[in-house]
Design a protein around this ligand. Structure first.
Ligand SMILES: [Zn+2]
Length: 287
């Protein structure tokens, strides 16, 4: 486990972990733009023996997981950025790149920073697509790709050294109090399947996005909690829908019931709203 190092920077960003193989190094997710230089400093402190960053693996194309990519390329121009094919395609679209930049700027303000040092959109791209079952050999360490859609179409989980699973946001977000927040946006059915798939990978340790390593006591019950959180959210939405509430009213009720203090500290309002309006739509459409 000493070759898996938490290098996360900034609030609200995805967790970022550096995997050190004997030959190569890889970073799993890289967070928002406003804290990219802090992330780079954290990585450099680990890579102090003249090693470089070889790969970046992205769990999906949301801005809070990918936005340090242009800055990482400045320091390590040969780094290879990998993600699902759908993510690769999204990052060729001008509208998506614009949204990513806007959300980065909003987040910088939300977390108390005046501005983000601007980056070149042409550097925000995927160099190589990966898909289910792909294996990245780092020499004495390995990363296996698991497609786990549900949060987004391009959500990937990563199994490191066959013992640590970096679950995608599809399985939800763990919080300090031990509560799992549901985070599925595009499909209820795919989410359930993806949680089962992660569970079957039978990893000894779990890393939850925006949280980190799950404690020993929580690990055996994590998948159950994750399923429960998804079903609870679905039941809540469907009950209101059958009572005649429209999507807007359902969102307001959902926010009142699920947006507690801890959730507020984990995610800015607009991100919560964007994700959960998507989820409500997905639930209603799947009935
Ligand atoms: Zn996301």
């Amino acid at each position: 486990m000493e070759n898996i190092i938490n290098v996360t920077a900034g609030k609200g960003s995805s967790t970022s972990f550096l995997i050190l193989g004997e030959d190569k190094t890889a970073l799993i997710d890289c967070g928002m733009a406003y804290c990219a230089y802090d992330l780079i400093r954290n990585i450099q402190q680990v890579l102090n023996e003249g090693r470089r960053l070889d790969y970046v693996l992205l769990s999906h194309s949301h801005y809070d997981h990918i936005s340090a990519v242009p800055y990482l390329r400045e320091v390590w121009p040969e780094v290879k950025v990998m993600a699902a094919a759908y993510a690769q395609n999204i990052l060729t679209k001008e509208s998506a790149l614009k949204t990513i930049k806007e959300l980065n700027s909003q987040s910088a303000h939300y977390y108390g920073f005046d501005r983000v040092i601007d980056y070149d959109d042409s550097l925000m791209k995927i160099d190589q697509k990966v898909s289910d079952g792909d294996l990245l050999d780092l020499g004495g360490a390995s990363i296996t790709v698991l497609e786990t859609p549900g949060h987004t179409k391009d959500s990937l989980s990563f199994l490191v050294n066959n013992e640590v699973i970096f679950t995608s946001e599809t399985t939800g977000c763990m919080s300090k109090s031990g509560k799992v927040y549901p985070a599925f946006i595009i499909s209820y059915e795919q989410t359930i399947n993806s949680i089962e798939k992660c569970r079957k990978a039978n990893a000894r340790y779990i890393v939850s996005p925006h949280f980190g390593f799950i404690s020993k006591s929580e690990t055996p019950v994590y998948w159950e909690k994750s399923l429960r959180a998804v079903n609870e959210a679905r039941d809540f939405v469907l009950e209101l829908f059958s009572a005649g509430f429209d999507e807007d009213k359902i969102y307001k009720e959902f926010e009142r019931a699920f947006r507690d203090e801890e959730c507020r500290s984990l995610q800015p309002n607009y991100a919560f709203e964007l994700n959960n309006r998507g989820m409500i739509k997905a639930i209603i459409n799947y009935r």
